[in-house]
Design a protein around this ligand. Structure first.
Ligand code: MSP
Length: 518
């Protein structure tokens, strides 16, 4: 059985409100997953929820619920959210599931038995909000801690620590030898700079159960639960292990009982995450995996953060984008298109309602929608919807875009891939304007030329459906249906010229992106 292409998103804090940032990350991962499927690869796409920790415990108490009941209610909201985004995920992990918890405990037992942990008394400062210890390095010049840490309390407690220092030089060498491990290069350089200029502090991997009990119990010491980040990162390997992946299972010392069709996915090919959690994924996670004896993921894909109207999104100021409201009004594909077209993976982005509407009108309604609609309507009107003889006038343009798009998708350049696809949309719209089929139709001596033009336009529409499928799956399927083709346009190999056969009857054209009065 061949290994599947394995792509993940970060797992979201269950008590957060699903927003634009979460939606963006999931759509990026979905486009990567769908494009690999389209290339003919088998894929395993995982997303899910991070459900443990003090904040969840406190919020549950405040609502008079048990933490599990509180998480169950919110998990339903998140699951509905990903359905609205049209995600093609293969599984959905919740860190409170026993399939995940067993693996976390198996890893803890293994690493403890192999001497990776030690217990130490610590006196210092603790941010409950971030569930992390702070040191003097975290103080601002005036000696205070940033308000983003919330209330910072001084405490003294014994905990288990994971020895990270021993692995620091190995990690530097690994990142240097594997230039694609952290994408894009700006983030890679930041991580290398950090590792070369600081001595790694060992990682506190427990919290005393008498202070926080909403966590996974430490198997070798009942007085402690697992630090939420150690728990959360493990999701990437726990789910493959639980689904019978032998590479994952042997690294984590966990074999599920009976699995009929064991998964083969580890190591992950791409962990899609935001820039704020690069250190967890590019420093702690590789060291955890190395200590377990697991193969490292191929790539950490770190995207930037969205703002709205040039300012941080914040519920308190009302400066937020509600993805569901946008999808309700404009459709999921318009939302998916805007976030990928507007923001390359890496830099920060800025959502403006005007920008969204402008792209909807110019690129979706006037460019793509109009091309499909007029091409198919003319074929219907002038040739009764029947494909004329094959003609290859636009074949070289389509071929060029096809090759370019594939190579850009393979390099995570999703924005550039959309630009490339739109170059074909523009080319075909110019072709309509230049060849003027509505004039040709009036002149019976130009019938052969009109046949050529109509074939070329219909075939470009079909190829566009295939190229667009990873990005706009609903729209791509509609184009296929309007072309009278069955099945989904989900195979990249079918984007080769001459898929439409002469004599084929198309379906009924209909507007894909209705114009709106706004
Ligand atoms: N639970 C942790 C991740 C654990 S992964 C093993 C977490 N959760 S989160 O809900 O705060 O964030 C989830 C993802 O959303 C992160 O990758 C984060 O970067 C991303 N985003 C949160 N706000 C964002 C924006 N404003 N813009 C883009 N992405 C943002 O961190």
């Amino acid at each position: 059985m061949s290994k599947r292409f394995y792509v993940t998103t970060a797992i979201d804090y269950v008590n957060g409100q699903p927003h634009l940032g979460h939606a963006y990350e999931k759509i990026v991962a979905d486009v990567i997953a769908r494009s690999r499927r389209s290339f003919g690869e088998e894929v395993f796409f995982l997303t899910g929820l991070d459900e443990h920790g003090q904040k969840v415990q406190q919020a549950a108490v405040a609502e008079g619920k048990t933490p599990q009941a509180y998480c169950d209610d919110l998990a339903a909201v998140w699951k509905a959210f990903i359905v609205r985004l049209d995600l093609s995920n293969d599984d959905f992990v919740r860190t409170t599931e026993s399939r995940h918890k067993s693996v976390v405990q198996a890893i803890l037992s293994k690493l403890n038995a192999e001497g990776h942990f030690y217990k130490e008394n610590y006196r210092g400062f603790y941010s409950t909000k971030e569930e992390t210890f702070l040191t003097d390095k975290d103080r601002r010049p005036d000696g205070t801690f940033d308000p983003s840490y919330g209330d910072v309390v001084e405490l003294q407690e014994e905990n288990y620590y994971f020895k990270l220092k021993d692995h620091q030089q190995w990690l530097i060498d690994f990142i240097e030898k594997n230039p694609d491990f952290i994408y894009p290069a700006t983030r890679r350089n930041e991580v290398l700079g950090f590792l070369k200029n600081n001595i790694l502090e060992d990682l506190c991997i427990t919290r005393p159960a008498n202070r926080l009990n909403w966590g996974i119990p430490i198997p070798f010491d009942p007085n402690y639960v697992t630090y939420v980040w150690f728990d959360a990162l493990v999701n990437y390997i726990s789910i493959p292990a639980a689904l019978g992946d032998s590479a994952a299972g042997s690294a984590v010392n966990y074999q599920p009982s009976t699995i009929n069709h064991p998964l083969s996915a580890w190591p992950a090919d791409a962990h899609v995450i935001g820039k704020d959690i690069v250190k967890f994924h590019a420093v702690y996670w590789p060291i955890m995996l190395k200590a377990m004896g697991a193969t490292l993921p191929k790539q950490i894909v770190a995207h930037g953060w969205w703002q709205k109207d040039g300012a941080k999104m914040s519920k308190t100021t009302g400066n937020v984008v509600d993805p569901i409201a946008v999808i309700n009004e404009w459709g999921v594909d318009a939302f998916r298109f805007y976030v990928i077209r507007e923001l390359d993976i890496g830099p920060d982005g800025n959502w403006t309602d005007e920008g969204f509407k402008a792209r909807y009108k110019a690129e979706l309604a006037d460019a793509l929608g109009n091309l499909i609609n007029r091409s198919l309507s003319m074929l219907k009107r002038y040739r009764n919807g029947i494909l004329p003889a094959q003609s290859n006038e636009l074949a070289p343009d389509a071929e060029k875009v096809l090759n370019e798009t594939r190579s850009l998708l393979e390099q995570n350049q999703l924005q550039a891939a959309l630009q490339s696809i739109w170059s074909l949309v523009t080319r075909a719209n110019q072709y309509v304007d230049r060849t003027a089929p509505f004039k040709l139709a009036k002149d019976p001596t130009k019938a052969a030329r009109l046949d050529e033009v109509l074939y070329n336009l219909a075939e470009v529409c079909r190829i566009l459906a295939v190229l667009l499928w990873p990005f706009l799956p609903g729209t791509a399927s509609k184009i296929y249906a309007q072309l009278g083709l069955s099945g989904a346009p989900d195979k990249f190999a079918e984007a080769r010229w001459s898929g439409l056969k002469p004599g084929h009857a198309i379906g009924t054209p209909a507007a894909l992106f209705p114009k709106k009065e706004t």
